[in-house]
Design a protein around this ligand. Structure first.
Ligand code: ZN
Length: 506
């Protein structure tokens, strides 16, 4: 019997996924073990594979095959991922990726890739010298190209340019939903920050001491193990900026950051990246050759890391479990009690740097970036005025004003790579995390006792069942709706913060 259109589509999709895996692995190596003299060749290897991937994805034959498979009664159902036709979802995901790739002309893809690597170099220099003017011309050019790209992608009906970029990270999300949501969020966060950051800060029981990095490393491995991260389906390594990458559910790469003076930094990095890693390991491996075996969106991915880092990792029950283990490795910390540690892990401060921000102030950093990105994309804000707008925004939202661009507008890598539309997904992740954790708590009445005993598998199983196993079979918000009974909202996040910080208040 000849191959059906579906057989031919799946063979091509399997190739695309294999190429993605190889690209992912080479990128991981680039950030971890690649010797400096291999950098130039690695750039060429990645560009060649990415070019091949783009060519195979955009070839007109694949478009024809997808159209035929969609009509073909012989297209079989895969084993159901979300309880409904997985093959339809697999085709939809493939079509979505392909259409976005086809719409952008090759010339623009190449120009963007070239400009991104040049901008990255310029941004690193600009940040080191704290001179925005060094980076500004690159950002202006990136904006022009990204606008052009957004126009090629076409804004969704009733939407705007920014939506077309946003959709590259969060399928189906719109500015029209984010603006009122972020406004509401800011409305109740600002007074909460004023109350918490204005109160006297507890002393840091770890300040001024040194912590053996090998012991830190062992503790992070212990934490990964209790989380249920499968050591035979992934590994952890070290890097300056922690990250996680999924090559396959059977091969998930994490990194953590070790700093002699900041032992909690390694712990929270590992919990964060471990959360991403559990999501990748829990994806439906039976669909690994299709686009279903992927996270549903950047926001949902971030919800998994935030849930482990903050809702588990910064909770009092978990510290009951962790503190004796921490003190066994670091006797110099044995004098401090549970409350002191828990408070130190939950300080609320008006700070300049997003990646160091606590969970109360964090989203205000995102609101600022979202407002500025919208201004840039809509043409209401000129690149030259960006540092001033940034500093004014920080003062308005967070009550602090950066003295240097390195601590302000130049702090994040995202704009250097042209990633406009990415930032909002961090806040979506925080909101989804709170909703999912509240639902898990309702389903698992012994959750606090489990956390205090280091029994994290029931929570991992709940997440696997309600989030991970769907892969990309459903839209992110629909996964959350089915798991929690509600779509995107900030109520759960609000009651989480108010309950937690109400109890913590001195
Ligand atoms: Zn993350």
């Amino acid at each position: 019997m000849p191959d059906t259109a579906w057989d031919l589509v799946t063979a091509r999709t399997a190739d695309l996924r294999a190429l993605q895996g190889a690209i992912t692995l080479l990128s991981w190596d680039q950030e971890t073990y690649l010797p400096p003299k291999g950098a130039e060749a690695r750039g060429e290897q990645l560009a060649a594979l990415q070019g091949l991937y783009h060519e195979k994805l955009t070839t007109p034959e694949l478009g024809d095959l997808i159209a035929r498979a969609e009509q073909d009664p012989l297209t079989p159902a895969l084993s159901p991922a979300g309880g409904e036709g997985a093959w339809q979802a697999a085709l939809r995901a493939l079509r979505f990726e392909r259409e976005r790739a086809v719409r952008v002309p090759d010339r623009l893809v190449r120009e963007l890739a070239k400009l991104q690597s040049e901008s990255l170099v310029a941004w690193r220099e600009a940040r080191a010298q704290s001179r925005f003017e060094r980076f500004a011309p690159f950002l202006a050019r990136l904006l022009t190209l990204r606008r052009e790209q957004a126009d090629a992608l076409c804004a969704p009906p009733g939407g705007e340019r920014y939506d077309a970029l946003l959709e590259g990270y969060e399928e189906g999300m719109r500015v029209a939903r984010l603006e009122p949501l972020f406004k509401r969020l800011t409305g109740w966060l600002a007074p909460l920050v004023a109350r918490l950051a204005g109160a006297a800060q507890p002393p840091d029981p770890l300040a001024g001491q040194r912590f053996d990095v090998e012991q830190q490393w062992q503790l992070t491995l212990e934490v990964l193990q209790v989380m249920g991260f499968d050591g035979e389906a992934g590994r952890q390594d070290r890097s300056i900026h922690p990250f996680s990458l999924g090559v396959d559910p059977g091969d998930v790469r994490l990194t953590t950051r070790l700093s002699e003076k900041l032992p909690l930094s390694a712990l929270f990095s590992t919990l964060h990246e471990g959360g991403h890693g559990l999501y990748e390991q829990g994806l439906p491996a039976e669909h690994r050759r299709t686009f279903l075996c992927q996270g549903a969106s950047f926001g949902l991915h971030e919800s998994q890391s935030r849930l482990w880092e903050n809702l588990v990792g910064r909770s009092l029950p978990f510290w009951r479990y962790l503190l004796p283990r921490f003190q066994a490795r670091f006797p110099q910390a044995s004098g401090a009690g549970l409350t002191a540690f828990h408070r130190a892990a939950n300080r609320v401060e008006r700070s300049l740097i997003r990646v160091e921000a606590d969970e109360v102030t964090y989203n205000l950093h995102i609101v600022l970036r979202f407002e500025l990105e919208l201004g840039l994309m809509r043409g209401n804000l000129a690149v030259a005025d960006l540092p001033q707008a940034w500093n004014d925004g920080m003062e308005r939202l967070l009550g602090v004003r950066p003295a240097r661009d390195a601590e302000g507008v130049l702090q994040d890598i995202h704009w250097a790579t042209g990633d406009l539309g990415y930032f909002p997904t961090y806040t979506l992740g925080n909101l989804y995390a709170a909703s999912l954790f509240a639902a898990a708590r309702r389903a698992l009445p012994a959750l606090d006792d489990d956390l205090a005993a280091g029994r994290l598998l029931p929570l991992r199983e709940w997440l696997r069942e309600h989030v991970h196993r769907h892969g990309r079979a459903l839209p992110a918000e629909e996964i959350v709706r089915r798991a929690t009974g509600r779509g995107l909202q900030d109520d759960d996040f609000r009651s989480y913060l108010e309950t937690k910080y109400g109890a913590l208040a001195p």
